[in-house]
Write a protein that binds this ligand. Structure first.
Ligand code: PLP
Length: 450
């Protein structure tokens, strides 16, 4: 494709909604870019899908060679409203022509305040809430911990097995998995402790029993008096889409409340209708003290937030929170547009409808193939865990082979999990049903052939 065609490529829902392979993946033009990437970009920055993207929207990503791939990843749960959603595009274009930056800490503007108001209204619980805006999920997590420490005067923080909270120093410490996130990058932040996660497929424990085990560890190894915060993903993302057993999260939240420990729900991956509710906390009946958000918040623009109890949010002294770009006006304009789409188009219902398609298909695949050990998730956040059927041991090679074969056939899927043996499905909620069905056909065929 010529450079002028690439330059004029327009994404969004008007893109032809089809899987179309006109070359092998990668095609020659994509291959040329990947060669330049290898020369120019640090080796630590990987890529899952070997293409040069030029446009995306609805349920597809189009590459420079003219291939159209079905998108079951949403750029890691980011383009929940759809890539290049027209409302997001219009809001960004209008804002970028008006002003691009003042720094909210220098000259405030309305859109930041409006995003905070929307988050305070949407986050679980009827109590008084406040928000602060940042650039990335990791930065939101760092700030939630800062706020919890300042508010409690305590230092210790508990995170869980299989947790993922980011790649900065404190969030590496909170993250469980060494390779690739932590190995060789220490020393890590201190006063971070790890508790066992409820993982029904592997621990067989009830939610109450799993919570009792975690609480005993916190009481005996740390002591509630030293504990500033417990941070947990209501459904773990990178760790393998682990849905805790019923009762686990409410028991933890209740223990935290009884002991003055700040309960932080990291909803960076689960937030904004992805799981069939505005926030996954609602699915489990919990009201976190603080929630961290990012990914789906702004239709692809970098934005993140901490939202929670006003008394906690106000604990940090004047000037103690902020950052040069946090709550950038272009990202805030995108977020206001995306939030309006979440609400007016009732994307929670859409996520549940896509979830029905995902679960029906994956359960039927599982019924015929014992290598699919578990199918789990909520809404449009669903995964399959692959195992050796005789031992139950994780089968990362199988998950990797199926994902690779699906990508070669034009379907973008991502793997995850502590053991690397999980394939996750995170379609944009703008994907047509037929395209999701076709993507799952391709995955099923790849599994059958593996
Ligand atoms: C992705 C993710 C993060 C980190 O977000 P970044 O924007 O990549 O810094 C933190 N927590 C969870 C649960 C995530 O999925």
């Amino acid at each position: 494709m010529s450079t002028s065609v690439i330059a004029s490529a327009v994404g969004g829902p008007s893109l032809s909604q089809e899987r179309r392979l006109v070359t092998a993946i990668p095609g020659p033009a994509s291959e040329a870019l990947l060669a330049r990437k290898a020369e120019a970009v640090a080796a630590g920055v990987g890529h899952t899908v070997p293409i040069q993207a030029v446009a995306a929207g609805g349920g597809v990503v189009v590459d420079v060679d003219g291939n159209s791939l079905i998108d079951l990843g949403s750029g890691i749960a980011v383009t929940t409203v759809g890539n290049a959603h027209p409302a997001v595009v219009a809001a960004v274009q209008a804002q970028v022509a008006q002003f691009t930056h003042t720094c909210f800490m220098i000259s405030p503007y309305e859109s930041y305040v409006a995003v905070a108001e929307a988050l305070n209204r949407l986050a679980p619980g009827d109590h008084a809430k406040k928000s602060a805006l940042f650039n990335s999920g990791a930065e939101a997590v760092e700030n939630a911990v800062k706020i919890a420490r300042k508010a409690t005067g305590r230092q210790a923080v508990v995170a869980f097995d299989h947790a993922y909270h980011g790649r900065t120093n404190l969030t590496m410490a909170l993250t469980a998995k060494s390779m690739p996130y932590k190995s060789g990058f220490g020393p890590f932040a201190s006063e971070v402790y790890r508790a066992p996660m409820s993982y029904p497929f592997r621990d067989g424990l009830s939610g109450a029993d799993a919570a009792a085990t975690a609480i005993l560890l916190m009481e005996k190894q740390i002591g509630a008096d030293n504990l500033a915060a417990v941070i947990i993903e209501p459904i773990q993302g990178e760790g393998g889409f682990i849905v805790p057993a019923d009762g686990f999260l409410p028991a933890l939240a209740e223990w935290c409340r009884a002991h003055g420990v700040v309960f932080i729900a990291d909803e960076v991956q689960t937030g904004f209708t992805r799981t069939g509710a505005m926030f996954a906390s609602e699915l489990f009946g919990i009201v976190p003290d603080l929630i961290t958000t990012a990914k789906g918040i702004a239709g692809g623009l970098p934005l993140a937030a901490v939202t929670g109890r006003a008394d906690l949010m106000d604990a940090a002294h004047l000037g103690g929170l902020g950052g040069t770009y946090g709550g950038n006006p272009v990202a805030c304009a995108a977020a206001l547009a995306a939030i309006e789409v979440f609400e007016t188009e009732d994307l929670s219902s859409r996520a549940r409808a896509l979830g029905e398609i995902l679960f029906a298909r994956l359960h039927s695949i599982q019924a015929a193939d014992p290598r699919v050990g578990d199918v789990r998730g909520r809404g449009a956040m669903v995964a399959a865990e692959f195992i050796d059927p005789t031992t139950g041991a994780p089968d990362a090679a199988l998950a990797g082979a199926v994902a690779k074969a699906a990508i070669a056939e034009g379907v973008i899927v991502l793997t995850c999990g502590t053991y690397g043996n999980v394939i996750r499905f995170l379609p944009p909620l703008s994907i047509p049903d037929a395209l999701l069905e076709e993507g799952l056909d391709v995955v099923a065929a790849a599994l059958a052939a593996a």
